[in-house]
Design a binder for this molecule. Structure first.
Ligand code: DMJ
Length: 631
């Protein structure tokens, strides 16, 4: 398969020229060079030559009049607001000098279309009841959370997950009651005091014992779900002068004590390893650690622990957690990469990457997410220089655009493919649903959590930021279309894209009325849906940053499909076996991240944008918000 042109060259129209003031001289000479005039000039008659002279003379005349817009642009370009703009300039010599001066480079600004975006999408937003309507929709999400929790509480309390169809509990994550801890801060944010009370008393009475007694757990899963959940609960219940969203429940220090106990055991994955790369698994009861059977750790797993470990060090006053976590990132910085892209496996024994497989789906995804998020978390602290994380992130995003991004045929959806045999091999047009975290991360990386409007007003965006934001918007659309192209309105676990080099017939998503039904291919083995959060996560971030209501509308459509096809009457929601069939067969599992992430992001998407602002909180990869502390 041949590679098509890189995304950045082919598709992005943020040509600097768009933002530059072009001098009249340039316009004039460029016209001469590019229009018919040039061709005809070779044999031009005296009459035509005189005509040209007249145009030139007219141009000079125009320049002897004041041009305020031009002066304002100059002021902006220098970043200074001066009164010069209003002065009459009479010196023709200066004007001629201007003719030959290089046009200044202006900071990017919102186009008039973008400025009015939130007034013209549905035509309804000026109506007084629009916010009321979103509040009502937000209440629906809250009701869904209550229904999910009630199923879990009735049939699986204390187990990691609920099997809603069998009405049983199952321990798929080592037996720490993962759903309880993952769900707790969502309940706090939603103001569900009874759930907070039930979840927190279970944690107070059982979690420490479980941590002392349980066997093998995965370092990454336990960190992002359980440790992350505890740390967020600590802050949201008032710890570290945090918010007091929880009216009921234990003192924040109780969450902190449990978090420390757990993290002390997890640290053995770092300290037993012969390199700075931690082993993948820990036996909690004896604080021993070992690598996975193949001896390897996932790249995303070893690089997705640092937000949690850093915050724990900040609030406990003990630097050891942060020190171990950050050693990993410092080491990853030194390893060879392909345009910032990394293989999905790494060996804790050698400290080197293993294999050539490069992707932003499973085992690769949150490496890229944490580069920018850890930088956002630490950039204002005085603990060291973390610019290298931002550099690694930017280089990687350039690599994504250059090596992985393509467009589908016939309807040109932008997608992120994979390099299963490394950078010299073919690009597979396969995109995991997991990759849908990327648009949110790109948007966050561009504006650092501010709205695009504010970031542009304050001249904070570079052209690269805008380029990344444009890609974020294109990919969010693709992720949404992965839902709307199926019969159920729910995305498959994996999609393939029809390109000029790749097509398989008879594998569409089933929604024949979708414009993209021929662009997206869904193989039989990939048709399941695990109630994953990545797309609604990106919708939430994109809505916060662009303020474009279409992201809310898309979120609502997805939520309605979850309600219609995944809800189990007796309590809980179930993952599905096949999103292309109606009714879809249920898989009998409610993943913890449905409560921890999916419903939290939907709730925040439909709610007031001042709650959990993205420039003050960084969400760990399991959607547990941690405050960004300044120095
Ligand atoms: C979650 O546990 C996290 O979001 C992780 O980063 C990826 N997988 C799941 C959700 O899909």
């Amino acid at each position: 398969m041949s590679k098509s042109l890189p995304y950045s060259m082919k598709d992005v129209h943020y040509d600097n020229a768009k933002f530059r003031h072009r001098s009249l001289f340039k316009v004039f000479t460029q016209t001469l060079l590019t229009s018919n005039m040039r061709r005809e000039c070779v044999s031009c008659s005296t009459g035509k030559f005189l005509g040209l002279l007249m145009i030139f003379g007219l141009a000079c005349l125009m320049l002897t009049h004041t041009n305020k817009a031009h002066s304002v642009s100059d002021g902006l370009a220098k970043g200074i607001a001066t009164n010069e703009e209003h002065k009459e300039v009479t010196d023709i010599g200066i004007r001629f000098k201007k003719l030959f001066r290089r046009a200044p480079r202006l900071p990017p600004r919102l186009s008039p279309d973008e400025k009015i975006i939130h007034h013209n999408f549905t035509g309804k937003l000026n109506e007084p009841n629009v916010e009321e309507q979103w509040k009502a929709r937000q209440q629906n999400v809250k009701d869904a959370f209550t229904h999910a929790w009630s199923g879990y509480k009735k049939f699986a309390m204390g187990y990691d997950e609920l099997m809603p169809v069998s009405r049983l509990g199952v321990d798929g994550l080592g037996g720490l009651g993962a759903t309880v801890v993952d769900a707790l801060d969502t309940a706090m944010i939603m103001g569900l005091d009874d759930v907070v009370s039930e979840a927190s008393s279970w944690i107070e009475s059982h979690l420490l014992d479980r941590i002392r007694q349980k066997g093998q757990v995965n370092l990454f899963e336990t960190t992002i779900r359980v440790l992350g959940g505890l740390l967020s609960a600590y802050h949201l219940s008032g710890g570290d002068q945090g918010m007091t969203l929880a009216q009921k429940g234990p003192k924040p220090t109780n969450y902190l004590d449990i978090a420390k106990n757990l993290a002390d055991r997890l640290l053995s994955a770092f300290t037993s390893s012969p390199t700075t790369i931690p082993f993948s698994d820990v036996v909690l009861r004896d604080s021993s650690a070992h690598s996975a059977p193949d001896g390897l750790s996932s790249t995303s797993e070893v690089s997705t622990l640092q937000l949690e470990f850093n915050y724990l060090s900040a609030i406990s006053g003990d630097p050891k957690y942060s020190t171990e976590g950050m050693k990993v990132l410092a080491h990853l910085k030194t390893l060879p990469k392909t345009e910032g892209l990394v293989p999905i496996y790494i060996s804790p024994h050698s400290g080197e990457f293993s294999g050539e497989n490069i992707r932003l789906g499973s085992r690769g995804d949150s490496y890229y997410e944490y580069l920018i998020k850890v930088w956002l978390q630490l950039r204002d602290t005085q603990d060291g220089n973390f610019t290298y994380l931002h550099d690694m992130y930017e280089e990687a995003m350039r690599g994504v655009k250059h090596m992985l991004v393509q467009k589908s045929t016939p309807s040109e959806l932008v997608f992120v493919g994979e390099l299963p045999v490394g950078p010299k091999g073919y690009l597979s047009p396969k995109m995991d649903h997991l990759v849908c975290f990327l648009p949110g991360t790109l948007a966050l990386g561009a504006t650092k959590g501010l709205t695009k409007e504010k970031a542009m007003k304050d001249n904070l965006l570079t052209f690269e930021d805008l380029d990344n934001l444009k890609l974020a918007e294109d990919l969010t659309k693709t992720c949404f279309e992965m839902y709307s192209v199926t019969s159920t309105g729910l995305a498959p676990e994996i999609a393939y894209f029809h390109t000029k080099d790749y097509f398989e017939s008879g594998l569409d998503g089933g929604n024949k009325s979708s414009e993209y039904v021929n662009d997206i291919i869904i193989k039989h083995a990939d048709r399941h849906n695990l109630l994953r959060p990545e797309t609604v996560e990106s919708l939430f971030v994109l809505y916060r940053i662009t303020q474009d209501p279409k992201y809310r509308e898309w979120g609502w459509q997805i939520f309605e499909s979850f309600e219609k096809y995944t809800k189990v009457e007796s309590g809980g929601y179930s993952s599905l076996d096949d999103v292309t069939t109606v009714p879809p067969p249920k898989r009998d599992k409610m993943e913890t991240f449905f409560l921890g992430e999916t419903l939290k992001y939907l709730y925040l998407l439909f709610g007031d944008s001042s709650v959990m602002p993205l420039d003050k909180f960084v969400f760990n990869t399991e959607a547990h918000p941690l405050p960004i502390k300044s120095s």
